[in-house]
Design a protein around this ligand. Structure first.
Ligand code: PAF
Length: 273
C-alpha cells in the first residue's frame, strides 16, 4: 500500500493505473462503516484509493474540528489490512489556498435538515468532495447512506456539474444493538450511548408502522417523537428520495431522517423505506 500526501504525486501515480478506480473519501477514525465502503470499492474496481482528510471547511465556527478523532497510524493499518492500494493523506494547505473559488451548496436542499442547523456545512462538503474527485478522477466513489443528505447533494453536484463519476451509495452499518456507526460515537458516555439507542428504535418503529400499512407521515412522526422523548431533537422528517416533503410514505421511495443532539454530540441516522 502506498501513502501519498501531495496532489501532484497522487495524480502522477494514478496515471500509471490500469482499469477502474474506486475511491472512498473519509475523514479518518475509520470504523466498520468505512470498511464496508472499502469492501464495496474493492469488489467493483481493480484499484482502490482512500483519502483521509479532516476537512476544515465543513466545520462551522465553534464545532469539533480540533477535537475530531484523529487516528492516523491505526487508520493506515486498517487500510493496509483491507487491501487498499493508495491512501491519500493531504494537509489542509495541500487542498486549500488563499482566496479560493467557492462552491455553494444549493440554497434549498443544502440549507434544510442538517444544513439548517449547520448552515454552510454542505458547501464545505461539496467543495472538498469536488476537489478530491478532480484529484483522483475515479470511476466510482463510495458514500454511506447514513449521511443521506450529503449523499443526495453529492449525487446532485455530480449531475449538475456533468462530472464523470458513478456515485455508489452503501448501506449503514450498525452495532448489534442498532446504533449506527459514526466516528463521533466515541464522544458518547455510557449513559449517552444508551440514550442514543432511542434513535434507531424510533426508525425501526417507523419501518414497523409502514409494514403494517400505516403511511400517514404525521402519525408515524408522532410515534417516533414519543420514543425520542427526553432527547434534544434537531429534526425528525419523512421525505421522498429527492428530499421533498410528503404527506404519505411511498414505499421504496421514502426516507425517514433523525438528528439529535446528545450532550455536545450531534447524531444522525435514517432508514430508507
Ligand atoms: O462523510 C465524510 O466523512 C465527509 O463529509 C467527506 C465526504 C469525507 C468529506 O469530507
Amino acid at each position: 500500500m502506498k501513502i501519498i500526501s501531495t496532489v501532484d504525486e497522487l495524480k502522477n501515480y494514478l496515471k500509471g493505473v490500469d482499469g477502474s478506480i474506486g475511491f472512498v473519501p473519509t475523514m479518518g477514525a475509520l470504523h466498520d462503516g468505512h470498511l464496508s465502503l472499502i469492501k464495496k470499492a474493492k469488489e467493483q474496481n481493480s484499484f482502490v484509493v482512500v483519502s483521509i482528510f479532516v476537512n476544515p471547511t465543513q466545520f462551522l465556527a465553534g464545532e469539533d474540528l480540533d477535537q475530531y478523532p484523529r487516528k492516523d497510524e491505526a487508520d493506515k493499518k486498517i487500510c493496509q489490512l483491507a487491501g487498499v492500494d493508495v491512501v491519500f493523506f493531504p494537509t489542509p494547505d495541500e487542498i486549500y489556498s488563499v482566496d479560493e473559488v467557492s462552491l455553494q451548496a444549493p440554497h434549498i436542499r443544502g440549507y434544510v435538515l442538517e444544513g439548517m442547523t449547520r448552515p454552510g456545512h454542505f458547501s464545505g462538503v461539496l467543495t472538498v468532495v469536488n476537489k478530491l474527485l478532480n484529484i483522483v478522477n475515479p470511476t466510482r466513489a463510495y458514500f454511506g447512506k447514513k449521511d443521506a443528505q450529503q449523499l443526495n447533494l453529492i449525487t446532485l453536484m455530480v449531475k449538475q456539474l456533468f462530472m464523470d463519476v458513478e456515485i455508489v451509495p452503501v448501506d449503514t452499518v450498525r452495532e448489534s444493538d442498532g446504533l449506527a456507526l459514526s466516528s463521533r460515537n466515541v464522544y458518547l458516555t455510557k449513559e449517552q450511548r444508551a440514550e442514543a439507542l432511542k434513535i434507531s428504535s424510533s426508525l425501526y418503529e417507523a419501518s414497523k408502522m409502514v409494514s403494517q400499512g400505516i403511511l400517514d407521515v404525521s402519525k408515524i412522526k408522532e410515534e417516533m417523537l414519543k420514543i425520542l422523548e427526553g432527547l434534544e431533537i434537531g429534526y425528525v422528517e419523512i421525505l421522498n428520495r429527492n428530499f421533498e416533503v410528503i404527506k404519505e410514505v411511498e414505499v421504496t421511495q421514502s426516507i425517514v431522517l433523525v438528528e439529535v443532539l446528545i450532550g455536545e454530540t450531534r447524531l444522525l441516522d435514517n432508514i430508507w423505506l
